[in-house]
Design a binder for this molecule. Structure first.
Ligand code: ZN
Ligand code: FE
Length: 238
């Protein structure tokens, strides 16, 4: 399984995942055009569109891509009225599979009430949407800080080598926040040097890994809802 990172809109990432039979799926198409370019260039068969949540910058390309490639749209069942074109309705902990694609659905509310992650456990790949970012986490829009803290705790328990593909390139700004409140963290400093090199080369800072995030992401280092809430409030005003 190969993951292509495709920039969408201002700072969104969509992902084109291709299996050994040239079948493909997209995670969170913010817009159709940049994805159509890559799909046509690579001549893959787009079968599915996976949505982590209903925000426009993650579903903007749904209808156009569905129509053009006759793909099926896959999302959380409770968000069936907010995900345009949805065909396949998922539940928490369900295993969704088709051909080589095999993912566990992890329900992680907080950013929105219907947010899910796709965990391709055989490939050790996680699509975390706007819940877990590299060195940060999503804003709590529809849920509570407690829900967000618990959602992040679920992701914390995944195997350390799991690669994290998130919804936005926010890593640099997130790193400034982590440094402000955790400036003695040596692993964080090392990661920031690597991030700097990638940004200089105009490359994505994604994927990260669970191991790196546990070591460096201040939100994953919070040990209680209270500690997490304090950090979230500080970041909202950063
Ligand atoms: Zn969002
Ligand atoms: Fe987003």
């Amino acid at each position: 399984m190969n993951v292509e990172i495709i920039k969408c809109l201002k700072d969104n990432y969509s992902y084109l995942v291709i299996d050994s039979n040239n079948n493909a799926l997209i995670v969170d198409p913010g817009e159709a055009e940049p994805l159509i370019k890559v799909i046509d260039k690579k001549k893959v068969n787009l079968k599915f569109i996976l949505n982590t949540h209903h925000h426009f910058d993650h579903i903007g390309g749904n209808e156009e891509l569905k129509k053009k490639y006759k793909a099926q749209i896959v999302g959380f069942k409770n968000d069936k009225d907010r995900i345009p074109g949805i065909d396949i309705f998922l539940s928490d902990n369900e295993i969704w599979k088709s051909g080589d694609f095999e993912a566990q659905i992890i329900y992680i509310p907080g950013h929105t009430s219907g947010h899910i992650a796709f965990y391709f456990y055989k490939n050790e790949i996680l699509f975390s949407g706007d819940t877990l970012f590299s060195l940060g986490c999503g804003r709590v829009f529809e849920g509570t800080n407690k829900e967000m803290y618990e959602s992040l705790s679920k992701l914390k328990n995944l195997p350390l080598n799991t690669k994290i593909y998130c919804g936005h390139e926010y890593t640099y700004n997130n790193s400034l926040f982590c440094m402000k409140y955790d400036n003695k963290n040596i692993e964080l400093k090392k990661k920031i040097i690597e991030i700097g090199k990638k940004i200089k080369r105009n490359e994505p800072t994604i994927p990260s890994t669970i191991k790196e995030e546990l070591e460096c992401n201040i939100f994953l280092r919070a040990k209680s809802t209270e500690e997490f809430s304090k950090l979230r409030d500080l970041k909202d005003n950063f």
